[in-house]
Design a protein around this ligand. Structure first.
Ligand code: PEP
Ligand code: MG
Length: 312
């Protein structure tokens, strides 16, 4: 039974010219592993850890956390599992978190800000992940959510590097961190772009407000230009840059992201097959041309139309 849950060798993602693009799964609980394995993910690009914390009256112990992380890591021997540290904020208050009510939780003490203000929780997560990694053969990577400044990236890296972890990175979800990607990547091992929040903050449109849904498209050239900054910084510094927001699950947009310098894509497992197919139809030169067209558009609709026209 246990063996059935282990990842089978997946068809690795690649462009038509054999450029490899890792295709990874997003999971939000231990149960998410089954789908990731079933759909042939090459690993996990975003393991959201909020499920361990929300609804709990006390912070989960290191042992409790380690047991959950171990279950996920065990399913991916020899493969990458990127664990995203707690992304808490005033929108989902936690009793044991040192925080106060806020008028604008999306702009408040969330993500890495909350972790650095509650260092005991941050350290408990890192210790549990390092412990789980030591018990399994997976590559455990850790990343901090909502990093907005070089100082946050530096503080996080310094703490995380006290633990025995393979790779310490940050999520790019705030425009400031995309604009300063070269500085932030200088103190981090990798970047993973969270296009859901990056789009919300770039266009100043609440991602949860239905009436503003038309703003929530990473096809918007303003968002794509920020992603291009991160892709260029990653290439210059030889640091991996992934995308783990919804944008990665949109097949043609995924090709554009690759053209902007992204080398891994993480998404809900059910989306992997269509993205894998689309990537296999285009070369890196074509992906770069699609990216050039999208970057030159005035808005999301025109960017999509330009790339659709070129892809036909
Ligand atoms: C994102 O913001 O794109 C992301 C992947 O994180 P979440 O959706 O959990 O905010
Ligand atoms: Mg996010």
């Amino acid at each position: 039974e246990r063996a059935a849950q282990r990842a089978r060798p997946a068809t690795p993602g690649a462009l038509a010219d054999a450029t490899p693009i890792s295709l990874l799964a997003n999971i939000g609980s231990v149960d998410g592993v089954d789908e990731a394995v079933k759909y042939g993910a090459e690993g996990v690009g975003l393991f959201r850890t909020e499920f361990l914390f929300f609804g709990a009256t006390a912070a989960p112990s290191v042992e409790e956390q380690q047991a959950a992380y171990t279950k996920v890591l065990t399913a991916f021997p020899g493969q990458k599992v990127v664990i995203r540290l707690l992304d808490a904020g005033a929108d989902k208050p936690l009793e044991f978190l040192n925080s106060e009510a806020e008028q604008n939780p999306a702009l408040g003490q969330r993500g890495i800000r909350a972790l650095l203000a509650n260092e005991g929780i941050l350290r408990s997560q890192l210790q549990a992940i390092a412990g789980a990694a030591g018990q399994t053969e997976a590559d455990a990577w850790v990343m901090a959510p909502m990093v907005a400044t070089v100082e946050e990236a530096r503080s996080f890296s310094a703490i995380a590097r006290e633990f025995d972890l393979k790779s310490v990175g940050i999520m790019v979800e705030v425009p400031s961190s995309a604009i300063l990607a070269d500085r932030i990547l200088a103190v981090s091992d990798f970047a993973s772009i969270g296009t859901n929040d990056l789009t919300q903050y770039t266009l100043a449109a609440d991602r949860l407000q239905g009436s503003l849904a038309s703003f929530q498209s990473a096809w918007h050239p303003a968002v794509l230009r920020l992603i291009a900054e991160v892709g260029s910084a990653g290439a210059a510094l030889h640091k991996p840059v992934g995308v783990c927001g919804e944008a990665a699950a949109e097949p043609l947009l995924a090709v554009v992201l690759v053209g902007l310098g992204v080398t891994s894509l993480s998404m809900s497992a059910a989306a992997l097959a269509d993205v894998r197919d689309e990537l296999s139809r285009h070369t890196l030169a074509q992906a770069k041309e699609f990216a050039r067209l999208a970057l030159a558009a005035d808005n999301a609709e025109d960017a999509l139309a330009a790339v659709l026209g070129a892809a036909r």
